[in-house]
Design a protein around this ligand. Structure first.
Ligand code: MSP
Length: 517
């Protein structure tokens, strides 16, 4: 079975991750968890981009060899951050690994053999922050890079070139025929306009430093860091390996990638250069490149180099990991820019997570304990709740499939609101005053518990740890099995929690926030 294969960008190891990097990685994690719960075979790749001048210069500035610098950042910063954020990636690729470097060399040689690589002279501006050759028209006054606001450097070298320009028409044709291949719409329009403006061949090697993959037939040159980095998506799953080898089989199972998640800053690399490289090698191009927006600080892209980077732990220490995972996807339409605000996050935490969701869970557990001795009453089915659940699951599933995280989460939280309304109207605490109402009371509690069962599964990809706690408190783990094994297609089947399940009080799912000094 072909796996649903999703990648994040591989991040530069010049510094530790900030919440912009975490935003992409969490989005990838939520989407892959959702697809796993659809019962699909899934492969989720992330990793680090370790070559090039940007990393090399940072290592030098810290008086360390680049490999030692990269090792330290990967082990002490990148991997621990992803573990802390509960990221369930299947693989982590580093571009300094042999498995990557060897396959890059084989791939490059094959393009040369096909006549797509030639030697030429390059002269032009280069931004080390972007690791990108710029066109003079791209620059701000004073020859500043528009992204880093720093001066570009002039590069003049004899390099190896890739015949990128030969693929312009094929790429245009591809995006016209397959609008879903580059999303959102605004991103696709940008790429099409860029291609229509004409594309130059690309210098794909550098000779003035040596921190990179050596060009196999000219070892005085190293492969241009982006050409090296883009290949990670394919080298990690066995690119260029013989079809009957382990790598070859993995490649057949995963390629083409279903989604490359990227920030809009690196869209052109992914939607122009990368598919052209694949076309040159007669390989399939990715099914979708999705460019999301930026997290902004003071109206500008948040970045460490501008000293506006916020570490994920600064937020998770206060709000917890699950609230972090929830907030950015809930608050910002995926594809648009969004500003992080402590106030907005606090407000949503309190109203949506603590009040709407957390309180519902703790009220239900307390009432089942008080009125039913902690034992779930007989199955009952409220027609409105079960019908809305069906609609909610359908809406959430198609929204997630379209990477509309906000739309998916909104649909789920609207259902949560409806369940709260149900409890408020039914007033179980009043019903409990008269034993004649015992049956109605039990029905209300069952319907609420069953709704929470569905909410736990629906929100599991977004908030894996909290929903796991809720799952156990509903007695669902003991009766229905692991929460991660619950299928999206079965969420709306009413009446799954069995009568007699033991319901226990949850620890508070979203504790009251401490006042921040
Ligand atoms: N190494 C390249 C990518 C190579 S992929 C073959 C790179 N690395 S990076 O460390 O700069 O990370 C870029 C990615 O981090 C962006 O594409 C985006 O996914 C994420 N973000 C970095 N800053 C961000 C914001 N301020 N806001 C949102 N996402 C941001 O480019």
């Amino acid at each position: 079975m072909k796996s649903f294969y999703l990648t994040t960008p591989i991040y530069y190891v010049n510094d530790a991750p900030h919440i912009g990097h975490a935003y992409t990685t969490v989005a990838g994690d939520v989407l892959t968890r959702w697809h796993r719960q659809r019962g699909e075979s899934v492969w989720f790749l992330t990793g680090t981009d370790e070559h090039g001048q940007k990393v090399m210069r940072t290592a030098e500035a810290n008086g360390v060899a680049p490999q030692a610098w990269a090792d330290k950042l990967v082990e002490d910063a990148w991997k621990p951050n992803w573990r802390a954020l509960n990221i369930a990636n299947d693989d982590f690729i580093r571009t300094t690994e042999d498995r990557h470097m060897n396959r890059v060399q084989t791939f490059l040689t094959s393009l040369k053999d096909k006549g797509y690589i030639y030697q030429g002279d390059f002269e032009g501006p280069y931004c080390v922050g972007c690791e990108e050759f710029k066109l003079p028209g791209d620059l701000l006054e004073g020859d500043l890079c528009p992204i880093h606001s720093k001066p570009v450097e002039n590069v003049k070298e004899t390099n190896w070139f890739f015949k990128l320009s030969e693929f312009t028409d094929r790429l245009l044709d591809h995006y016209k025929k397959n609008p879903e291949a580059c999303q959102p719409e605004s991103a696709r329009n940008e790429v099409v306009a860029f291609l229509e403006g004409g594309v130059r061949d690309l210098s794909i090697s550098r000779s003035t430093f040596d921190w990179g993959v050596p060009v196999p037939w000219d070892t005085d040159q190293v492969v241009y860091v982006w050409f090296d980095a883009l290949l990670n998506y394919a080298t990690a799953v066995g690119l260029t390996d013989a079809p009957d080898s382990e790598g070859g089989k993995k490649f057949a199972q995963t390629w083409p990638a279903d989604v490359h998640l990227v920030g809009k800053d690196i869209l052109r690399f992914h939607a122009v250069i990368w598919p052209a490289m694949l076309m040159a090698a007669d390989l399939e191009v990715p099914k979708k490149v999705f460019a999301h927006g930026w997290l902004l600080v003071g109206g500008e892209k948040m970045s460490k180099s501008k000293l506006t980077g916020i570490a994920p732990a600064d937020i998770t220490d206060h709000f917890g990991v699950d609230a972090f995972r929830y907030y950015f996807l809930r608050a910002i339409p995926f594809g648009s820019d969004g500003s992080f605000s402590w106030e907005d996050m606090s407000a949503r935490y309190t109203s949506e997570l603590a009040n709407d969701f957390g309180n519902l869970a703790s009220r239900l557990a307390a009432m089942v304990e008080k009125y039913c001795g902690g034992v779930l009453p007989a199955v009952a089915q409220d027609a409105d709740l079960s019908a809305s659940l069906k609609a909610t699951v359908a809406t959430a599933d198609s929204a997630m499939e379209a990477l509309d995280f906000q739309g998916g989460i909104n649909a789920i939280m609207d259902y949560c609101k409806q369940v709260n309304g149900f409890v408020t109207i039914k007033e179980p605490w009043i019903l409990a005053k008269d034993p004649a109402n015992q049956q109605i009371l039990e029905d209300v509690l069952y319907n609420t518990a069953e709704s929470l069962r569905a909410l736990a599964v629906l929100l599991h990809p977004v908030m894996p740890a909290t929903t796991e706690i809720l799952w156990e408190s509903l007695g669902a783990k003991a009766t229905l099995g692991e929460i991660g094994a619950q299928k999206v297609s079965e969420i709306a089947t009413w009446g799954q929690l069995p009568q007699g399940a033991t319901v226990t009080k949850t620890p508070v799912l979203f504790p009251r926030l401490e006042v921040k000094e």
